[in-house]
Design a protein around this ligand. Structure first.
Ligand code: ATP
Ligand code: MG
Length: 230
């Protein structure tokens, strides 16, 4: 099992391709110290989301190694790895089930009050209350269709409730209006504080606050540093 102590994440010369004949990532090499925030920026198709998916072990690296506190992600159980990671993905996926079940997914000891608190932090409480059955409303194909921004907020609430060692945000607030985005940004800042955070960022505020910024282009790191340095 993965035992996260500091939350230090190392990518050691990682290369990867979805197909054997096409490299998507080439020699990705960086370290994020425990508690730090790493911002990944770069044009569409650069490989930003892929970098994060490898940490979650949605795919296996072709070369190199990814380590969390010195343990290769290949050598730990998938379950313990995913338990340590909170993931807000670009295309937020909701399960069949109620809004509450969707927020609780991955957390085992939460009650309704915890769910509401997390939803409030994610600026989701208000719209959830206005759904036909509130937190019991069924979502997904068989239930109500939520907008992209609403799905993202459910997904952020899920990450907040999970309270993970390592937070992985893939454009977490790209799909909402400016005001909601500002509010969500505030709760994400709280969430990122004192925990290792990966953020694919388009907003300057996230990039400014990051301890380290990696610029990815065509699957390679072309620049790195703090926002001031770049
Ligand atoms: P965006 O800013 O648009 O989200 P990105 O930097 O996150 O882009 P990725 O999603 O990591 O980019 O994609 C990198 C490359 O890998 C792209 O060329 C993309 O077409 C390809 N790719 C992504 N997912 C898959 C997949 N499941 N199968 C095959 N190729 C993929
Ligand atoms: Mg992406």
């Amino acid at each position: 099992d993965l035992a996260v102590t500091e939350g230090r994440v190392e990518y050691d010369d990682v290369s990867f391709g979805y197909d054997a004949d096409e490299r998507i990532l080439e020699d990705i090499d960086f370290t994020v110290d425990g508690g730090e925030t790493l911002a990944l920026v770069g044009p569409t198709g650069a490989g930003k989301s892929t970098v994060l998916k490898l940490l979650l072990r949605m795919y296996d690296v072709d070369e190199g190694e990814i380590r969390v506190d010195g343990q290769s992600v290949q050598d730990v159980t998938l379950r313990s790895l995913r338990e340590s990671l909170g993931y807000v993905s670009q295309d937020t996926f909701l399960f069949y089930g109620s809004v509450e079940e969707n927020i609780k997914y991955g957390t085992f000891d939460a009650d309704r009050e915890d769910v509401i608190e997390a939803a409030k932090m994610a600026e989701a409480h208000e719209f959830i209350q206005n759904l036909p059955d509130g937190y019991d409303t069924e979502v997904g194909e068989r239930g109500v269709k939520l907008s992209g921004g609403q799905r993202q907020r459910v997904s952020i609430a899920r990450a907040i409730l999970k309270d993970p060692d390592i937070l992985v945000l893939d454009e977490a607030t790209s799909d909402v209006d400016t005001e909601t985005e500002m509010l969500i940004q505030r709760s994400i800042d709280d969430l990122a504080e004192d925990r290792t955070t990966f953020a694919i960022a388009h907003r300057l505020s996230t990039i400014k606050d990051a301890d380290q910024v990696l610029v990815l282009e065509g699957g390679e790191i072309v620049e790195r540093g703090t926002h001031e340095e770049l």
